[in-house]
Design a protein around this ligand. Structure first.
Ligand SMILES: Cc1cc2nc3c(=O)[nH]c(=O)nc-3n(C[C@H](O)[C@H](O)[C@H](O)COP(=O)(O)OP(=O)(O)OC[C@H]3O[C@@H](n4cnc5c(N)ncnc54)[C@H](O)[C@@H]3O)c2cc1C
Ligand code: SF4
Length: 352
């Protein structure tokens, strides 16, 4: 897992959240702030974040002052009424004064606003709303905010990706090293402190490759302690985590889960598998059967062993399957199979 890097950024104006409000604040900050360093922090992808992520079909408030459709006093009356008098009328008035200019700006930036073909005015729905093709609303506004916040954020991300990497910061090549406190104090390699590595755990997993005379095998989806880490909850061979004796515990597992009795298990070559802090030894066993269990439930799948690679399986299951195909076990009758167990590894490769 990649470590997260903490990036410290000085800002004159910090905008938290890059939704419609944040993008607008970032844009306005640049207009009024000119030379200030403006940083907009957005937890998601600013192109599609916030309530407008998917787009809107209307802009809820447009005055249309230049067409004398509404005046700020009308808006104040409306909000006073709507909010039963609990309103700062001066703010309502101020919003009304400026909202048209903002909407015109959106149109300049490329937002398609529907117009009445006869009058040329914006098409309304109700007294205040105007209709838009708003799928691109958020990306358009985000782009304006991005430009307003300049290249600062992007530059920082690229710095973290190319120079100030968590594993080996290249301070000698760093363009901001003279302002860097970690570098000044000789702590560039210590900050952030690496996460403590988990102690490795050794696990043994015994798996049964059942095989009928037609070369079919059986896969299961078993909920269990090891399934999600090892088999990724995909189709897998019946398997147990071994505590003491792989063969007897697997035999017992086949009996209790699939109702299979009297199974002879032939050990196949082991395989190694590593998952994060787990060192796994895979112990595959071949179990030749006359017939695979019928009606063993929906969590069971029968298919030719040679076709197993065609379905999504984890790499651990693939390694187990490889163990079967790497040694040839001839189509011996079950009663004779035990006799050839010791010679299994020297046989030519199997069809099953
Ligand atoms: C379903 C729906 C339909 C609507 N339809 C219309 C309409 O047709 N016309 C209209 O005018 N209005 C409409 N609105 C209202 C309008 O979309 C919202 O009022 C407006 O988008 C709110 O903007 P905002 O910036 O205040 O909040 P948001 O858009 O919610 O933005 C907040 C941002 O902050 C980010 N954030 C949150 N926490 C953190 C954190 N810890 N660190 C960094 N970033 C963070 C979020 O990812 C998000 O991008 C609609 C709203 C909804 C939900
Ligand atoms: S000087 Fe070193 S530690 Fe500081 S930002 Fe640059 S690469 Fe990172």
């Amino acid at each position: 897992m990649r470590r997260r890097k903490t990036v410290f950024v000085d800002a004159d104006i910090l905008v938290v959240g890059g939704g419609m409000g944040g993008c607008g604040a970032t844009y306005e900050s640049r207009y009024w702030g000119r030379d200030l360093k403006i940083v907009c922090v957005e937890k998601a992808n600013i192109e599609r974040s916030g309530a407008v992520a998917q787009g809107l079909y209307a802009i809820n408030c447009y005055m249309g002052m230049h067409w004398n459709e509404n005046q700020p006093e009308d808006h104040v009356r409306y909000v006073r009424n709507d909010l039963m008098g609990l309103v700062r009328e001066d703010l309502g008035y101020d919003i009304a004064r400026h909202v048209d200019a903002t909407v015109h700006k959106f149109e300049e930036w490329g937002l398609p606003i529907m117009r009445d073909p006869e009058t040329g005015r914006y098409q309304r729905e109700g007294k205040w709303q105007i209709m838009i093709h708003g799928e691109s609303y958020k990306p358009i506004v985000a782009e304006a905010a991005r430009k307003a916040a300049s290249d600062w954020n992007q530059a920082l991300m690229e710095l973290g990706e190319t120079i100030c990497t968590p594993q080996s910061p290249r301070c000698a090549a760093c363009p901001i090293s003279r302002w860097c406190e970690a570098h000044a104090q000789g702590l560039a390699n210590e900050i952030p402190a690496p996460r403590r590595k988990r102690v490795a755990v050794n696990i043994k997993i015994a798996a049964a490759i059942l095989c009928d005379p037609q070369g079919h095998t059986l896969l299961v989806k078993e909920p269990g302690a090891h399934d999600h880490v090892l088999f990724s909850r995909m189709w897998q061979f019946p398997a147990v985590e071994v505590k003491r004796n792989a063969r007897s515990e697997l035999t017992n597992h086949l009996r209790t889960t699939l109702g299979m009795n009297g199974i002879t298990l032939t050990a196949l070559p082991e395989a190694r598998h590593g998952v994060t802090f787990r060192n796994v030894t895979l112990l595959p066993f071949l179990a030749r059967v006359d017939q695979l269990p019928a009606n063993a439930g929906t969590q069971v799948r029968v298919l030719p062993l040679k076709s197993i690679a065609r379905i999504p399986i984890s790499s651990a299951t693939r390694k187990i399957a490889n163990a079967a195909t790497s040694v040839q076990i001839s189509q011996q009758p079950i009663s004779r199979l035990a006799a050839v167990q010791s010679a299994v590894r020297n046989q030519p490769p199997p069809q099953c």
